[in-house]
Design a protein around this ligand. Structure first.
Ligand SMILES: C[S@@+](CC[C@H](N)C(=O)[O-])C[C@H]1O[C@@H](n2cnc3c(N)ncnc32)[C@H](O)[C@@H]1O
Length: 206
């Protein structure tokens, strides 16, 4: 069960946090937090009762007492939390979840798509991305963001490629764009060429 991604999510959790693990699925993050005493309390939730049942069985297996709720985002969470981890979902689902009035002021977010749109909308929802970590696991890059309520307007580069200044990630994006440039027409090609001009600048800066 050792996972760099889970460990990176947990790195942004403080001992004083009461964490809601939104979309906990099998409950691996909740287990990691609870077993290692990394926060004050952890609550696990999922929109799917089947997923939550798997989580419950895993909590039992490890002898962990973790409250669980079937809930779409924050909708049906009766207990207190001051931190939400929302990971392994797409940008649109995450943004829908954040519309809720119960949204706490500390978020740890990891989306599997549309990172630029997510960063832009986090700023629009008055969330400041304070830290971001890009990690590579099992053939994929993952972005993990620590956000607090606050004003921020990211520039083009940070909005598109994050705050981590991860050179391997920049190079991966540069090469991906290079391949795409060969295939796409017109405006899209121009946009990708512009992005690669900027990415090259970031890569050479170090
Ligand atoms: C790919 S899993 C990610 C599990 C875990 N968070 C992780 O990062 O490893 C996505 C989970 O999110 C749940 N989910 C999707 N939409 C949700 C929503 N609106 N509210 C709560 N859970 C949701 C799914 O049922 C699924 O179990």
């Amino acid at each position: 069960m050792k996972s760099k991604r889970i460990e990176a999510l947990a790195e942004f959790v403080l001992a004083s946090d009461t964490v809601l693990d939104v979309g906990c699925d099998h409950g691996y993050l909740s287990i990691y937090l609870k077993k290692n005493h990394l926060c004050k309390n952890v609550i696990a939730s999922d929109i799917s009762s089947n997923a939550l049942e798997m989580a419950r069985q895993n909590f039992q297996k490890y002898g962990l007492d973790i409250a669980t709720y079937v809930s779409d985002g924050f909708n049906d969470i009766p207990s207190f939390f001051d931190t939400a981890v929302i990971a392994g979902m797409g940008c649109s689902t995450i943004l829908n979840i954040l519309q809720n009035k119960k949204c706490p002021s500390k978020l740890i977010i990891s989306s599997h798509n549309e990172l630029a749109r997510l960063r832009y909308n986090l700023n629009k929802l008055n969330f400041k991305i304070e830290k971001e970590k890009i990690i590579y696991e099992k053939g994929h890059y993952y972005s993990i963001m620590l956000c607090h309520k606050g004003y921020q307007k990211l520039n083009y580069q940070k909005r598109h490629w994050g705050l981590d200044n991860n050179q391997e990630y920049y190079l991966y994006l540069f090469n991906k764009n290079k391949e795409l440039i060969k295939k796409v027409p017109g405006l899209k090609k121009l946009k990708l060429k512009y992005q690669n001009y900027l990415l090259k600048g970031l890569i050479e800066k170090k």
